[in-house]
Ligand binder design. Structure first.
Ligand code: NCD
Ligand code: ZN
Ligand code: ZN
Length: 344
């Protein structure tokens, strides 16, 4: 049995840091585990311009713990009206990607895209400039069952998008279904996907175990077991198109434990440990290093990190709650004992 695992220092390719006091509360957890992270732009108001992305990066750097060399990788929120000439400014400002939030699909997506064809001129500019396109892959039509929204997105949006923009690098974010896993597996080298720890560890029963469990509610929502199995297979396949993206998405506890519960699981405190648990359960710990530390930078065209981190088999209890500005934040699995621990 493996008891100590040394991994390439990993990056988180999908992360929500929020802003102000909330940012200051959650950033140290990620900066401790990861060298870099793709920072999502769904603030209120969203980060829609290069200038806003630069200002947000400054606020993140200012909130970092003393001595941290964590590097935020900035994204912008695509709208129906993002002008194509903003892409050149974005590139010059060091922005690496734009994010598609279909209007109404998830947390802070009201300003999102109503019809992707409206954005094609901007996507063409991204293809030219080499910026990546990150997609929340769910259709939002009220007549589509919530559990089918990702699979329908593959047919209605992904397939035509790939045909129209074949050399745009697209990351299908936080995939949750066998249809998405299959689509990405079969596609060419311009398409990749991130996978969260919760979608590797849980199926939709977790939301309903002994009562309604708001901390297991995120979007896209957890799916049936057959989908979880397909995601595990993809994550452990060794294919370079699948990589780590926690989608750690903090919401104050009082807004999760509420009559309307916000979507998002907060996993930043123990992200690597949760992935290790998922990979170990299928005997694939040897595949974790490339998933967490190689495939992401390779796809983004960035250098791999040179340092390492070590995780150990050691029982520890995840805190029930941590501060979140003035509020409290409940980590997924808070209060539980985890069997892997990041030690250095
Ligand atoms: N995943 C989630 O359930 N929530 C994310 C938004 C997102 O990534 O869709 C959030 O910002 O809270
Ligand atoms: Zn999303
Ligand atoms: Zn997200």
């Amino acid at each position: 049995m493996t008891d100590t695992l040394t991994l390439t220092r990993p990056d988180d390719w999908h992360l929500h840091l929020r802003d102000e006091a909330a940012l200051a509360s959650v950033l140290p957890y990620t900066a401790r585990q990861f060298a870099r992270a793709i920072v999502m732009p769904n603030l209120r108001p969203p980060v829609t311009t290069a200038a806003q992305a630069v200002a947000y990066r400054e606020r993140i750097l200012a909130a970092l713990p003393e001595g941290s060399d964590f590097q935020p990788l900035m994204t912008m929120y695509l709208t129906d009206n993002t002008p194509p000439d903003e892409i050149k400014r974005a590139k010059d400002a060091g922005v690496v990607a734009l994010k598609l939030y279909p209007a109404g699909a998830t947390t802070n997506s009201d300003a999102g895209v109503t019809d992707i064809r409206k954005t094609y001129a901007t996507l063409e500019a991204m293809q030219r400039e080499g910026l990546l396109f990150l997609v929340h892959g769910e259709v939002t039509d009220a007549d589509i069952d919530v559990f089918d929204r990702e699979a329908v997105f593959v047919d209605r949006v992904m397939t035509p998008l790939r045909a129209a923009m074949p050399e745009l690098k697209v990351v299908f974010e936080h995939i949750t279904t066998k249809e998405a896993a299959q689509y990405v597996t079969d596609s060419d080298r311009f398409t990749a996907a991130t996978i969260t720890p919760q979608h590797l560890l849980y199926n939709r029963n977790a939301i309903f175990t002994g009562g309604l469990r708001p901390h297991y509610y995120c979007l896209p929502v957890l799916k049936r077991e057959e989908h979880r199995q397909a995601l595990l297979k993809a994550a452990a396949s060794g294919l370079p198109k699948f990589f780590l993206g926690t989608d750690s998405a903090p919401h104050a506890a009082q807004l999760k434990e509420n009559s309307v519960c916000g979507a998002g699981c907060f996993t930043a405190v123990s992200a690597l440990e949760l992935y290790a648990e998922a990979f170990e359960a299928i005997g694939a710990l040897d595949k974790l290093d490339a998933f967490a530390g190689h495939h992401g930078p390779d796809f983004y065209g960035l250098p791999r990190n040179t340092g390492t981190v070590t995780i150990k088999r050691e029982a520890w209890t995840l805190p029930d709650a941590v501060p979140f500005g003035e509020a409290q934040l409940k980590p997924l699995r808070g209060g539980d004992t985890l069997n892997w621990k990041l030690v250095a």
